[in-house]
Design a protein around this ligand. Structure first.
Ligand SMILES: *Cc1c(COP(=O)(O)O)cnc(C)c1O
Length: 456
């Protein structure tokens, strides 16, 4: 059990809620298996067949060739502000999932895929379509009448509810979202405004999920979207890797042994960043280095990967509160579908305080004029920690990357935020203005110690 593993310096820092950088001693670079490869390819194919559907369901997306693609944005000015040294800075890009339509977050990928896959299963069971059908037909009234008999249920801190609820309701399903107390009021309002039923629960995210699961279990016409276990969600996220690789090629970015790719993704339960990482490793193998960011009070993937066994470990087990303004990351227990897949695929994890998240959110606003939520700002901390801390430099040295940094590419995955109402955004920027600027020194950041990978 993790409680007894004292003497582990990373774990001690995690327990004290100190920011830290950990690199994964079990990472192999090249995965030795691909247990979900066929499912990832089916998801890529399904999302292609659904391109026309989005325009039918959401008028704002009508006529777009690739409605659920997010831009890859040059983040050079943010690199200038945040990189510890110019010579090792490399190229910085933002994978702007905060701009994904309808859901305003990366949940558009997994959530849309899961609901569409469910709708497709029903339509095939009813013999309304065959397996290669263009899924635009799912928006037709005959289908809606069929989907009307079913409900789609999900537990969420907010964004997954928006990724599932709006499309489920647009397809004709009854959409029910169970939300935790930390879900933001504007997210609940937006869902209700779109015909989604929102149930609120006093406890945390896991309790919201549990309530959703129980409600759906009792109803044969209910489909429960299980954020902790769903393969359809996971592979929907994984399909983003192909999209990124096409965009990198179009931007003439090389990725190979001499041109490493570093990708930084905020992590909650693990499905979104884990799926993306899974997909990236299939395409780029050892040349992609996948690194997650978590809040200091909710580092659920870090505590899970630090524990040796296959038993679930939560952040509560080591005395943390799971309280953070990064509501998309406020998860105490990592997905036990995803954590084992990350054991050899994920290269590192760092943690950040809420104040740092706001400082970074402010940096994104002033350098790039982009609108992200605190959860997404966690991505911005990654390159500076990798390049500027002792632990990060040890990782680079161990992988023979130190001399390749000028040719490296850093992709910061902004996972959500474009739908934040203007008043909320102003409050966030006010708090960003009061936060100390984000800085890194060799020992760590904010004067705390940053620690190397686990040695045991
Ligand atoms: C959901 C979410 C994440 C993390 O995704 P998980 O699947 O929970 O790990 C990160 N950022 C934002 C904005 C999110 O909504």
């Amino acid at each position: 059990m993790v409680e007894k593993a004292s003497g582990n310096p990373t774990l001690d820092a995690v327990r004290r809620a100190q920011p830290c950088f950990w690199w994964n001693p079990h990472a192999t670079g090249e995965p030795s298996d691909d247990p979900l490869g066929a499912e990832v390819e089916a998801a890529e194919d399904r999302m292609l067949r659904a391109r026309g559907l989005f325009g039918q369901l959401f008028p704002a997306l009508a006529g777009l060739e690739d409605p659920i693609r997010s831009p890859l944005i040059d983040a050079g000015p943010l690199g200038v502000a945040l990189a510890p040294s110019a010579s090792a800075r490399g190229a910085w890009w933002i994978k702007a999932d905060h701009q994904l339509p309808v859901a305003g977050s990366i949940k558009a990928r997994g959530g849309f895929h899961e609901v569409i896959a469910f709708a497709e299963r029903i339509a095939r069971k009813e013999r309304l379509i065959d397996e290669s059908a263009d899924l635009a037909v799912l928006a037709e009234p005959d289908f809606k009448a069929v989907f009307n008999r079913y409900s789609v249920v999900v537990g969420s801190t907010g964004n997954l509810g928006m990724g599932i609820g709006l499309i489920a309701s647009a397809l004709g399903f009854k959409a029910i979202v169970h939300m935790s107390s930390d879900a933001k009021a504007w997210k609940k309002r937006r869902l209700r405004d779109h015909g989604v039923v929102v149930h609120e629960h006093a406890g945390d995210y896991a309790l919201a999920v549990e309530n959703g699961r129980r409600a759906a279990d009792a109803d044969p016409f209910a489909h429960f979207v299980d954020d902790e276990r769903s393969i359809d969600l996971f592979v929907g996220y994984a399909a983003a890797a192909r999209e990124l690789s096409v965009q990198l090629t179009a931007a003439q970015v090389q990725v190979d042994a001499d041109h490493p790719l570093f990708v930084y993704i905020p992590c909650g339960v693990g499905g979104a960043p884990g799926g993306v990482t899974y997909g990236l490793k299939r395409i780029f193998g050892p040349h992609v280095h996948a690194i997650f960011g978590e809040p200091v009070q909710s580092p659920c993937m870090l505590v899970q990967l630090l524990s040796d066994g296959g038993q679930p470990v939560s952040v509560y087990d080591i005395g943390l509160t799971n309280r953070t303004e990064a509501d998309g990351l406020a998860v105490a227990q990592a997905s036990m579908l995803v954590a084992p897949l990350m054991r050899t695929r994920l290269d590192g994890i760092y943690t950040v305080t809420d104040d740092q998240l706001f400082a970074l959110l402010g940096a994104g606003d002033s350098c790039l004029d982009i609108r992200v939520e605190p959860s997404a700002a966690a991505a911005f901390a990654g390159p500076a920690l990798l390049l500027g801390t002792r632990a990060g430099c040890a990782y680079l040295a161990a992988h023979g990357l130190t001399g390749k940094l000028a040719r490296a590419t850093h992709v910061l995955w902004t996972t959500g935020g474009s739908l934040i109402p203007e008043v909320e955004r102003q409050l966030m920027l006010d708090r960003a203005g009061r936060a100390a600027p984000f800085t890194v020194n060799a020992e760590g950041f904010d004067g705390t110690t940053t620690l190397a990978g686990r040695t045991s």
